[in-house]
Design a protein around this ligand. Structure first.
Ligand code: NAD
Length: 489
């Protein structure tokens, strides 16, 4: 919880504003209220959009890229100075293990700003010189301008990481932002507003609203006529609502959406590395990462041994409170989300799954029973069309199935309405090159999972998203690109 703050304010045009209407931020560890949160209504959304418009037209949008780079570094410095406060805010809101906040969330929040600062400093210049029929020449070059006012809407699973993954490049490209983090996890965004307020970023270039989605701040923002683009991470069905909301104005959208990611373990894989990799990819952050593996296909010749090894390692995972030493899984983000995950536990039984391990709520016999825990869970025996094998659960669960041939498993991997990520575990390089172009996902990992260089493209196909973010791909997606063509002789 943020020290000394009982109600988290909005941040509009450089001012912290408390609203009459508030909602409660509930701890998934204790069930207690962490703080009240100011809720933006239509008026606040309108004020935020107007202040962003002014900033992009008259201030921030006119800054030179090198000045923007300096500002991004200032924000990174500010987060670094308050590192531990950000860690505590992430842990309080999400219940995640404290080591994760220290090694992933907060360092990545800082790295997001640093990465786009260095990309701005490196600069890109593209020019094409051509000869035309009359003997004269054409010099073409591209100019990047901000899109304008960008609405940034983010989910609860990696609150600071995902919010700053959008804020940093969108600011880098000169846009002014109106951000709405998830109602489940407002605290690190509130701290970020405090950090930004201390920098020299012009007023209005960053605005923060809190509130819900439908019929609330999220929807009011995406329906506002004066936004130029929406950058959204969250569920696929929310993405489609947002797309409908902006269709009339033909606004730019960038979507990072849901997944039902597969992993394929071939008979020639490094067995131990593959088992450890699948355990990590299924249960990291209690399965609440969009790239987590929920479908595992293992070659039949090693299937039984693999299931046993996976079961053994899964049962050795430590499920406990966020600050417990060596903890692997904390509680889920909320009691509501636990209800969703446990409804799949029930559905798996109805669909005929064999539960290899887990499948319920752990019982500690003490105060820990108040937290939103579930057991890491492995199923097998379900047909490929079962809902538990096709729908995103977004919890610590995976289904494991045998396969016989490369051709067969390729069809099964691609047989999904999603297309975010896939991991392949094999020592056969030819197979890797043969398979990867045929897998319909935006990311394919080979003998690893969730390894990221922030300069590389990230995004999904099908219901998993629209557009690519990362490095120059992000800058391009947050920029209006104009081609200038000069005739000369
Ligand atoms: P969600 O779609 O319920 O909510 C995300 C955000 O959208 C929240 O801030 C919410 O208030 C807002 N929102 C909801 N309805 C809205 C509407 N009609 N208009 C405008 N805003 C609205 O998602 P969630 O439950 O917070 O997050 C989990 C989902 O996010 C999972 O599906 C996960 O796979 C996905 N995700 C994807 C990626 C990726 O990079 N592809 C990363 C993280 C999470």
């Amino acid at each position: 919880m943020i020290e000394d703050i009982k109600t988290l304010p909005l941040y509009i045009n450089g001012h912290f504003i408390n609203t009459k209407k508030t909602f409660k931020n509930i701890s998934p560890v204790t069930g207690q209220v962490l703080c009240e949160v100011s809720e933006a209504g239509m008026d606040e959304v309108d004020q935020a959009v107007r202040s962003a418009r002014h900033a992009v037209d008259h201030a921030w949008g006119k800054y030179h890229p090198s000045q923007r780079a300096d500002l991004l570094d200032e924000i990174a410095d500010g987060i670094e100075k308050r590192f531990e406060e950000f860690v505590q805010a992430e842990v309080a809101d999400t219940g995640r293990p404290i080591y994760l906040a220290r090694t992933l969330d907060v360092p990545r929040g800082i790295a997001n700003f640093r990465t786009f600062a260095s990309i701005l400093r490196a600069g890109v210049s593209e020019s094409v010189d051509s000869l035309i029929g009359d003997g004269s020449r054409l010099l073409n070059y591209t100019v990047r301008k901000p899109l304008g006012v960008v609405a940034v809407i983010s989910p609860w699973n990696l609150p600071l990481l995902l919010l700053t993954w959008k804020i940093a490049p969108a600011l880098a490209a000169g846009n002014a932002l109106v951000c709405k983090p998830s109602e489940e996890t407002p605290s690190s965004a509130a701290l970020l507003a405090q950090v930004i307020e201390q920098t020299s970023l012009p007023k209005g270039a960053f605005n923060l609203l809190h509130g819900f989605g439908n019929h609330s701040a999220g929807a009011f923002l995406t329906q506002h006529p004066d936004i130029d683009a929406v950058s959204f991470t969250g569920e696929s069905k929310t993405g489609s609502h947002i797309m409908a909301a902006v269709a009339g104005g033909v606004k730019e959208v960038s979507f990072e959406l849901g997944g039902k990611n597969a992993a394929v373990v071939f008979e020639d894989a490094d067995f131990d590395q593959a088992v450890a990799g699948i355990v990590k990819s299924a249960f990291y952050n209690s399965g609440q990462v969009c790239m987590c593996t929920e479908r595992v296909y293992v070659h039949r010749t090693i299937f039984d041994r693999f299931v046993q090894a996976l079961k053994q390692q899964t049962e050795a995972l430590i499920v406990d409170l966020p600050d417990t030493e060596n903890v692997d899984l904390g509680p889920l983000v909320s009691y509501k989300h636990r209800d969703k995950v446990t409804s799949y536990f029930e559905l798996a039984r109805q669909e005929g799954a064999t539960v290899i391990t887990g499948g319920g709520i752990p019982v500690f016999g003490d105060d820990r029973d108040k937290a939103a825990f579930v057991q890491p869970t492995i199923w097998t025996g379900l047909p490929d069309h079962a809902r538990c094998v096709t729908e995103e659960v977004f919890g610590p669960v995976c289904h494991i199935a045998p396969f016989d041939t490369e051709e067969e498993v390729l069809v099964r991997v691609n047989d999904s309405k999603y297309g975010l990520a896939c991991s392949i575990w094999t020592e056969n390089v030819s197979r890797v090159h043969r398979l990867t172009p045929q897998i319909h996902t935006g990311i394919v990992w080979v003998n690893t999972w969730y390894s990221r260089d922030l300069r590389t493209p990230f995004g999904g196909t099908r219901l998993s998203g629209l557009g690519r973010e990362g490095g120059q791909y992000s800058i391009d997606s947050y920029s209006e690109i104009t081609n200038v063509c000069i005739k000369y002789s």
